[in-house]
Design a protein around this ligand. Structure first.
Ligand code: HEM
Length: 307
């Protein structure tokens, strides 16, 4: 079952942000951990610049991210990760991957990769750094599992510029989100969840796959029926966290993507009802933008049978 389920009685126009509680973490490890890290590393090995980019002035923010994520990961998952700190000399053991690293925080030469690139290869989350100034521009990122975008599309753009293609009806929400990002206090991260339905569970849905996805969707969607759609559709949920970083003042945007087949989730009638509630009230413009419109009728019929 998906650990986050942002569906309800009706489509929610609001940002949907909540505080990350002190017993929660920016890093989450699920059953896909080893497979996800292997996939990430393969993607980076094949086409590094497509999946990782950083402006030269982001070093302090990158160390901020590394320090924060490693500390939280070791606290939250002591069976998986150990971290020993002697001043700036850190010793990190990743028991799940059987890896052992010693490095000096702040010393680039002590790590094999840029700090953000290295830290991103220890956790399942995609990691984006937003500038400390009011524009919240995308200044660095390791992005292997995006849903329909990529660093090349958005690098250097401001928060509002990045969201330019989003439907006009969510513009007030984005204005509020922009203000929120400018004001996130230190040590008070927030999170939200976003949702979509896809005809694939391919994690890397970077822009380079968009044309192929749309072609397949156009071909497959008319063949989907309430009898078959349960196994052919996947629910894609992003747990998104936003954290002010202490030394740089930048904001870390972390994205953990969770997926499950529609069938598995709809077997729970309460969940089927919640998906129905949201889908029936989602504005047309949004259903089209999310590329749900081509299979919307079969999806709704299927859910009605499951409640
Ligand atoms: C509280 C913060 C945020 C809110 C409320 C928010 C909200 C939204 C909404 C409503 C959409 C339209 C599609 C959908 O509903 O799934 C969207 C799309 C998107 N968001 Fe955000 N977002 C936030 C933070 C961010 C950040 C920090 C980034 C990256 C720097 C980002 C990147 C994107 C991208 C790339 C898209 C797709 C845009 C496109 O079609 O090209 N979002 N966001």
């Amino acid at each position: 079952m998906l650990p986050y389920f942002p569906f309800g009685n009706e489509f929610d126009h609001r940002m949907g942000t909540s505080a990350v509680r002190t017993d929660e973490s920016l890093v989450e490890v699920d059953d896909e951990y080893v497979a996800d890290i292997e996939l990430k590393r393969n993607l980076l090995a094949q086409n590094h610049d497509y999946y990782f980019r950083a402006q030269p002035n982001t070093e302090i923010a990158q160390w901020d991210v590394l320090e924060r994520l490693l500390t939280e990961a070791a606290q939250q998952y002591p069976a998986f990760f150990s971290l020993n700190k002697t001043g700036t000399r850190w010793h990190w053991i990743n028991h799940k991957l059987d890896e052992d690293y010693r490095f000096t925080v702040g010393d680039l030469a002590s790590l094999p990769l840029a700090p953000l690139d290295w830290a991103g290869q220890q956790v399942q989350e995609d990691l984006i750094i937003l500038s400390a100034d009011d524009t919240a521009a995308l200044v660095a990122g390791q992005l292997c599992f995006p849903n329909g975008w990529c660093l090349d599309d958005k690098f250097g753009q401001t928060f509002l510029g990045i969201h330019h293609p989003a439907p006009s009806m969510v513009q007030p929400t984005l204005q509020a989100a922009h203000k929120l990002l400018q004001r996130i206090p230190l040590h008070r991260p927030v999170w939200r969840a976003s949702w979509n339905f896809k005809i694939t569970d391919q994690l890397d849905m970077s822009t380079k796959y968009s044309a192929e996805y749309n072609d397949t969707l156009a071909r497959i969607a008319p063949t989907l029926t309430p009898d078959t759609i349960g196994d052919q559709l996947f629910i894609r949920i992003e747990r998104q966290t936003f954290t002010r970083l202490p030394k740089s003042g930048a904001v870390l945007f972390g994205i953990h993507t969770y997926q499950n087949s529609l069938q598995n989730e709809a077997e729970n009638p309460e969940r089927a009802q919640q998906m129905l509630g949201t889908l029936r009230t989602t504005p047309r413009q949004m259903l089209t933008y999310k590329a749900i419109a081509p299979f919307e009728d079969a999806l709704i019929d299927f859910l009605e049978r499951n409640i």
